[in-house]
Write a protein that binds this ligand. Structure first.
Ligand SMILES: NC(=O)c1ccc[n+]([C@@H]2O[C@H](COP(=O)([O-])OP(=O)(O)OC[C@H]3O[C@@H](n4cnc5c(N)ncnc54)[C@H](OP(=O)(O)O)[C@@H]3O)[C@@H](O)[C@H]2O)c1
Length: 238
């Protein structure tokens, strides 16, 4: 597949595009902010003009925030929603008309395990990720049985620059604890989903059981989550 890439940092995009080209692929880097509807529309238009078609749109751009609710200011919450939810919303609104026109397409929405099961001190982030999975579920039902697929990805903690980005924006110093996976594992799970479309992708399969447990025994799961968050806080302090 030819890859059209968007993020805000043009130098990072150019480096990834160079890697793809060096491996024999076709890459189009476009600097854009997904929270800006105009940027997203321009990105999709440029992709179509340059590459000729749009088969898959992956809504992956996202930011995190860790902190108690009283420390989650309205500005922080608005930014979480603008990037994590509205970024997905703008992308879906820009891509779906083309998918409908060509009669096929695949929208992949990268949510998080906390987009299915809230975790203490991630209230704002969890809300933005729940919003994404709600949008995905509604769209998925709308296109069920057609050649337009909508898939939601629910990664657990992943070794990426996510925590560095939180430190840059909000000064939080987190190393990350609990089950972890590599970005490559998540990417491979998404690739398998493109080959054989599925409603949901769980790159760390045990995470599914947590959601099941939460549906069956929400109070018990709350206490587990509370203990998990406390252990995490102690490990971060150590
Ligand atoms: N890492 C985890 O533990 C974890 C777990 C579950 C789910 N997730 C989800 O996985 C997705 C990818 O995150 P990651 O872990 O790969 O984090 P990351 O290493 O910080 O990457 C985030 C990417 O999003 C881009 N981005 C951020 N804000 C943007 C904006 N306003 N417009 C356009 N691009 C933007 C960043 O590029 P620029 O800064 O250059 O814009 C960067 O390429 C996110 O949706 C995240 O919520 C992550």
């Amino acid at each position: 597949m030819a890859v059209s890439l968007c993020a805000r940092r043009a130098d990072r995009l150019a480096a990834i595009a160079a890697d793809i080209r060096a491996a024999g692929g076709l890459a189009l880097p476009v600097a854009a902010d997904v929270s800006n509807e105009g940027d997203v529309r321009a990105f999709v238009t440029r992709t179509l003009a340059t590459l000729g078609r749009l088969d898959v749109a992956v809504c992956n751009a996202g930011i995190g925030f860790h902190g108690a609710l009283e420390d989650t200011t309205p500005e922080v919450m608005a930014r979480l929603l603008a990037v994590n939810y509205l970024g997905t919303f703008h992308t879906a609104r820009a891509a779906l008309p083309y998918f409908e026109q060509q009669g096929s397409g695949h929208l992949v929405i990268v949510s998080s395990i906390v987009g299915r099961r809230g975790l203490p001190f991630y209230e704002g982030y969890a809300a933005s990720k729940f919003a994404q999975s709600g949008l995905a579920e509604a769209l998925r039902s709308q296109y069920a049985g057609t050649a337009i697929h909508v898939s939601t990805v629910f990664p657990v903690s992943t070794r990426t620059e996510f925590r560095e980005a939180m430190a840059r924006s909000y000064g939080s110093q987190l190393r990350g604890h609990g089950p972890q996976q590599s970005a490559e594992q998540v990417a491979r799970a998404i690739l398998r989903c493109l080959e054989r479309p599925r409603p949901e992708v769980w790159p760390y399969r045990w995470a599914r059981w947590l959601v099941w447990l939460s549906a069956v025994a929400p109070g018990t799961t709350d206490r587990m989550m509370r203990r998990f968050a406390r252990r995490q806080a102690r490990a971060e302090d150590a």
